[in-house]
Design a protein around this ligand. Structure first.
Ligand code: GRF
Length: 201
């Protein structure tokens, strides 16, 4: 698989650990970041995984950026492309190129709270539960079919830090599990007219 990141890469680390402990029958061929100097790149280097930095600042358009991204990723012929905190909106061409192979983790119980600031929005809404979702990526931002979710309680005295920590812990449980299923060919994305669904074998 190829993993795309923009930041600290704790989910990347959870997947690296699961591969190194043989919990996932697969390996990370490369990690690509759109930002230089992020800690996730160090995590990859520490595990001898090739890294690439492709800065979006060096491109005039989203299309050009995504085409370069595709050419890096395709060198590795990955079975799975894993978005792990990759903070960029992807073009329709990119998404369709990897249809059924592209997965993301989002810090909310989708379809609730697509987009940013999910923890604050859950606190502001006085939700009693919150969580995270792994989903196939389609053109609709955070709108592809959900594969697996984990719920956490929201406590009255929670702030973003305490709540995001609780959610992150669950992310590190469910993302490696879904990656494992992907590597075992157990997951497929099905499309019937405009409706997508995720099927687990
Ligand atoms: C996670 O909260 C994930 O849900 C979101 O970006 C964050 C990445 O965190 N898509 P990390 O870099 O894996 O620690």
């Amino acid at each position: 698989m190829v993993v795309l990141i923009s930041g600290s890469g704790t989910n990347l680390q959870a997947i690296i650990d699961a591969c190194e402990n043989n919990k996932i029958n697969g390996q990370i061929s490369a990690v690509v970041s759109n930002k230089a100097g992020v800690y996730g790149l160090e995590r990859a280097a520490r595990s001898n995984i090739p890294t690439h930095v492709l800065s979006h600042k060096e491109f005039d358009s989203r299309d050009d950026y995504d085409q370069s991204l595709v050419s890096i990723i395709d060198k590795y012929q990955p079975k799975v492309v894993v978005l792990a905190g990759f903070m960029r909106i992807l073009t329709a061409d990119f998404v369709s190129h990897y249809a059924g192979k592209l997965i993301n983790i989002h810090p909310s119980l989708l379809p609730k709270y697509q987009g940013l600031d999910t923890h604050q929005r859950a606190i502001d809404a006085k939700d009693q539960e919150h969580g995270c979702s792994v989903h196939f990526v389609t053109e609709e931002l955070d709108g592809g079919p959900v594969i697996l979710q984990a719920k956490v309680p929201v406590f009255e005295d929670d702030d973003i830090d305490s709540l995001s920590q609780r959610v992150h812990y669950q992310e590190h449980q469910i993302y490696p599990m879904v990656v494992k299923w992907m590597c075992e060919d157990r997951l497929t994305m099905e499309q019937k007219s405009n409706t997508f669904s995720a099927l687990l074998d």
